[in-house]
Ligand binder design. Structure first.
Ligand code: ATP
Ligand code: MG
Length: 406
């Protein structure tokens, strides 16, 4: 049961004489955008990330360059910060537990631990399904040779996914039958995995919400996502994204998933849209991220409050206001491949000047020094008065950059 903010030592107001500092464990692009939002409100920031060139470390007041489980660094972070969040789910839950001994930490280690483990995550989704009506894909846990032999025939063709540490489609193998399952499991190191039935996806969506320590929840509109090679390529957000009844169901399911773990912070839940046995459209919960999400980057430019603003507010116990999307938005992810579009072996900076000449273009580059294929280097959001215009501008950018259209 959630208690009032004061019971949690909240709110933590910015602008005090003490130069209040907010901390983030992890220094990637999500941490960088959290830092920008926190600094916008006048907080100081501290980042814990071993990489001296981490995108968030480069823009933060303080950058602790140490391992996530380094006891001295965790003690310094706790000593310097009034409240601490995380920007990636593979941060050791133990680090968050240590910090929570003395400081406000959101989301809690327990919620992050669920999102770190596909088995725990699916168990949680199924527990919430009774209330939300949204189940996950049929699956089986694979952690022994016998479970490979016993895998139910209806799970094929399927996708074998490592239970832990997967992202951007890494740690996943498609399997046609039991023989290929055995090979795939060996290929993934015989670690704990889930075998998921491969669904015929009609579309993919995500819902991002923020929940405060007092239980208040607000959410962004449902986002429609397109993946290429297991990596998010495109997010489109506008009123006609999804039938209203399904959109309501997706939001309600995400809220149930957050509430049942007394979640505090920004949470993203990914959904698949499939046709059920009766030919009706139905939602399936895929996974959740205990942090802002790539599919919510458009909120920086198309909403009056961004997902990072809400992350700061939820952490500091400031009021959560329902965001308003003021423009239809199309977001393109910018991967390192763009730097290798020409035949040159050396990376070549893409023609950003031509991209910025397109009306409604919002370019965000994360300050990563080295481009490599598949690496998220930035994103590009197009806003316009109409969806058609935002799409036309995004298509123009695709042509300039040599990106596959949509
Ligand atoms: P993320 O970068 O979102 O963390 P991830 O590596 O954790 O990705 P998933 O979200 O599980 O992986 O899967 C990546 C993509 O693979 C999905 O967005 C979807 O396009 C496809 N996919 C995953 N599971 C299934 C499934 N059961 N049936 C069909 N397609 C699937
Ligand atoms: Mg995913």
């Amino acid at each position: 049961m959630s208690r009032g903010l004061a019971a949690h030592g909240l709110p933590i107001l910015p602008g005090g004489q003490q130069q209040t500092t907010l901390g983030v464990v992890g220094g990637g692009q999500l941490g960088r955008m959290f830092v920008h939002a926190a600094q916008g409100l006048g907080y100081r920031t501290a980042v814990l990330d071993p990489d001296a060139q981490s995108p968030a470390g480069l823009v933060s007041h303080v950058h602790l360059k140490a391992d996530y489980l380094d006891a001295a660094a965790l003690a310094t972070l706790a000593q310097q910060c009034a409240a601490i969040t995380t920007e990636f789910e593979n941060v050791p839950a133990a680090a968050l537990r240590t910090l929570a001994g003395t400081r406000v930490v959101a989301p809690a280690a327990e919620a992050v631990a669920i999102a770190q483990d596909r088995v725990a995550e699916k168990t949680h989704f199924m527990r919430c399904a009774a209330q939300s009506g949204v189940r996950c894909a049929p699956y089986a846990v694979i952690e022994s040779p016998q479970q490979v032999v016993d895998a139910d025939a209806h799970l094929f063709p399927g996708i074998l996914k490592t239970a832990r540490m997967g992202y951007d489609g890494k740690g996943q193998v498609r399997v046609a039958d039991r023989a290929s399952l055995a090979l795939a499991w060996a290929q993934l190191g015989s670690v704990c995995c889930v075998l998921e039935q491969q669904l015929d996806l009609q579309a993919e969506y995500s819902v991002i919400l923020a929940r405060g320590a007092d239980g208040q929840m607000v959410h962004f509109p449902v986002q429609r996502n397109t993946h290429q090679g297991g990596i998010l390529a495109l997010t489109e957000v506008h009123e006609s994204n999804m039938a209203p009844a399904l959109a309501q169901q997706a939001v309600a399911a995400a809220q149930a998933i957050a509430k049942s773990v007394d979640y505090v912070g920004v949470l993203c839940v990914e959904f698949f849209l499939v046709k059920d046995a009766a030919g009706q459209m139905a939602l399936v919960a895929n996974e959740m991220a205990p942090r802002p999400h790539n599919s919510g980057h458009y909120t920086l430019d198309a909403c009056d409050v961004s997902q990072f603003d809400l992350q700061v507010r939820a952490l500091a116990g400031l009021p959560l206001v329902q965001p308003r999307q003021h423009s239809p938005a199309v977001m393109l992810n910018l991967l390192g491949d763009l730097w290798f579009a020409s035949s040159s072996a050396e990376p070549v900076t893409p023609p950003w000047d031509q991209v910025l000449a397109i009306p409604g273009a919002h370019l965000h580059l994360y300050g990563k020094q080295r481009a490599s294929r598949g690496r998220k280097m930035g994103h590009l959001t197009f806003t316009a008065a109409s969806l058609a215009q935002a799409q036309a501008s995004a298509r123009q950018a695709c042509a300039v950059l040599g990106l596959a259209g949509f």
